[in-house]
Design a protein. Structure first.
Length: 530
């Protein structure tokens, strides 16, 4: 296969069907397999053009967890020259599987395509459309860009949406940049199906970096930006962040939130700031109107990432995001409405089309898989051959094969500590994928009554029932009331801790919480399962 630099690249196709046969077991009782695909470039070595372009697939289901499977890989010194040749095998097999299903053992499974999770350059390559700097670059609507301060911006928040027909026929005339459109032409996909699900790309690393850059007065921010915080306020914000770090639970791997090094933050750090501690540490730091503007983004993202809130509140989240993008020039300059920000308008459509919350269709599992692929390739000679051998070795190893199989999410895993009188005091348990124990910061949960419980003891009775002993926080109120009451999105300002011990059954626990202590005490419910 030829590369974009007219050199010879190498390509191998592993097959979707073969990958599914290695993952699906009798434990999977559903009749439908929903697949989310990812295509992205991965540089292999420093000071080298060698790279691979894997095509990955992930089974999406709320009750099961699985690992991404490698469908195909291209290796060369640049991306493939023609997307038709690169995607030909994928499109052919995908159409066959969607039409006929796949037979695994004695069962026939229906294949459902959730969509493609790609960043903007990869989508531009795959869909053969304008890049993010074009006048008609938006893949979802027909808005026309303008040039402000040498940047392409998209100030209109209300434009006619694209359809499959208008996209293929290149309307407006200058919209798509090339002649052919492989995915849409040869499959039954709508343009919105090749969606923008990559949280770290356009919400966290894009828009939120812009907010923090404005707070920190870096050179990246336009001169017209209205925010100029004094050093005293920045110092106080850093102090608030360092206090919150001490109470970050076990599920968050990176616990350093130093504002002086925010340009080196990883996606997990930005996600924690955006989904959990942002409005709590920025309170009384940002000017009132700018803080309210930030809350529009914060609340909308909390809604779309919450498995319990997104269904009934999609339209409300969409309104908040449109308002956030519309007001960007007022706070961050006329050149702030770039494609990265404009895409926020359409993210609620992705959630609505896929019928699942945003955290469930993010690109984070694929990023982890790309890291594993990179570690499989140790030498510069024949990288694709090395990868094929490592994949074959994993399939031949029973332990690795079982690890990669789909498994049902276990609601409870417990560890015994002390036993007495037919009861066991448990050191910790895994509940819905997160750890609960009796010490901070992993002992705070929300129960069905809406109250926040601080766990002091975990007991497993002889009947295998789990009981929590703990204390309830009294006088819980809203942490903020704009644009909605914070308690509706899982953020509570807590009062004093009751001295009375409360006994709570495991089935009455809703979610684990992150606890913050900053003059006042706050609890924020989890949005994800580890």
């Amino acid at each position: 296969m030829e590369s974009l630099k007219n050199t010879i690249g190498h390509y191998v196709y592993f097959s979707i069907e073969e990958g599914l046969k290695g993952q699906i077991t009798e434990e999977y009782t559903e009749n439908v397999i929903s697949l989310l695909f990812n295509i992205d470039g991965l540089p292999l070595f420093n000071n080298s053009n060698q790279q691979v372009w894997p095509i990955l697939a992930l089974i999406i289901h709320n009750e099961y967890q699985s690992q991404p499977l490698i469908v195909a890989v291209y290796s060369g010194d640049s991306k493939p020259k023609t997307v038709e040749e690169f995607l030909n095998d994928l499109v052919a097999e995908l159409n066959t599987l969607i039409l006929n299903g796949v037979t695994i053992g004695n069962r026939i499974f229906k294949i459902e395509l959730v969509g493609f999770s790609c960043d903007t350059p990869a989508r531009s390559f795959i869909k053969k459309c304008k890049g993010h700097g074009g006048f008609y670059a938006c893949e979802r609507c027909e808005t026309r860009g303008k040039t402000k301060n040498k940047k392409r911006v998209y100030p209109s928040v209300i434009s006619r949406k694209r359809s499959k027909r208008s996209f293929i026929k290149k309307t407006p005339k200058r919209a798509p940049s090339r002649r052919h459109f492989t995915i849409l032409k040869y499959t039954k996909l709508r343009p919105s199906k090749i969606g923008i699900f990559r949280l770290n790309a356009f919400i966290i690393l894009g828009n939120y970096k812009m907010v923090i850059a404005a707070i920190y007065n870096t050179k990246r921010v336009n001169r017209e930006c209205k925010l100029k915080l004094p050093r005293r306020a920045i110092k106080q914000l850093n102090l608030n962040l360092k206090k919150s770090v001490q109470l970050i639970p076990k599920e968050f791997q990176r616990k350093k939130l130093d504002l002086d090094k925010f340009s080196y933050w990883k996606a997990t750090q930005f996600r924690f700031f955006l989904h959990y501690c942002g409005p709590l540490v920025l309170h009384k730091i940002l000017p009132k109107q700018m803080n309210r503007h930030f809350l529009l983004l914060f609340v909308a993202c909390r809604i779309l990432c919450d498995s319990e809130l997104y269904i009934e509140n999609i339209n409300y989240a969409r309104e908040l995001l449109v308002k956030f993008v519309e007001l960007l020039p007022s706070f961050y300059g006329v050149d702030s409405q770039v494609m990265n920000s404009h895409n926020l308008i359409h993210i609620a459509d992705d959630v609505e089309n896929t019928k699942t919350y945003l955290s469930n269709i993010s690109a984070f599992p694929f990023e982890n898989c790309l890291g594993k692929i990179k570690r499989m390739i140790t030498g510069r000679t024949n990288p694709l051959v090395q990868l094929v051998r490592r994949v074959s070795e994993q399939k031949a190893c029973p332990e690795m094969a079982n690890k990669n199989c789909i498994h049902k999410k276990k609601s409870v895993i417990f560890y015994n500590d002390i036993s007495y009188e037919h009861k066991f005091d448990l050191k910790s348990i895994i509940f819905r994928g997160v750890e609960l124990n009796t010490s901070k910061p992993n002992n705070v949960v929300k129960i069905k009554t809406g109250e926040i419980l601080l766990i002091t003891r975990i007991i497993r009775c002889e009947e295998r029932n789990i009981i929590f002993h703990g204390n309830i926080f009294k006088d819980a109120t809203d942490a903020f009331e704009f644009p909605c009451q914070s308690t509706k999105i899982g953020i509570v300002k807590l009062g004093r801790l009751s001295k009375t011990v409360r006994v709570v059954l495991l089935e009455n626990v809703l979610k684990k919480c992150v606890l913050f202590e900053n003059k006042n005490v706050f609890a924020v419910t989890y949005l994800h399962e580890s």
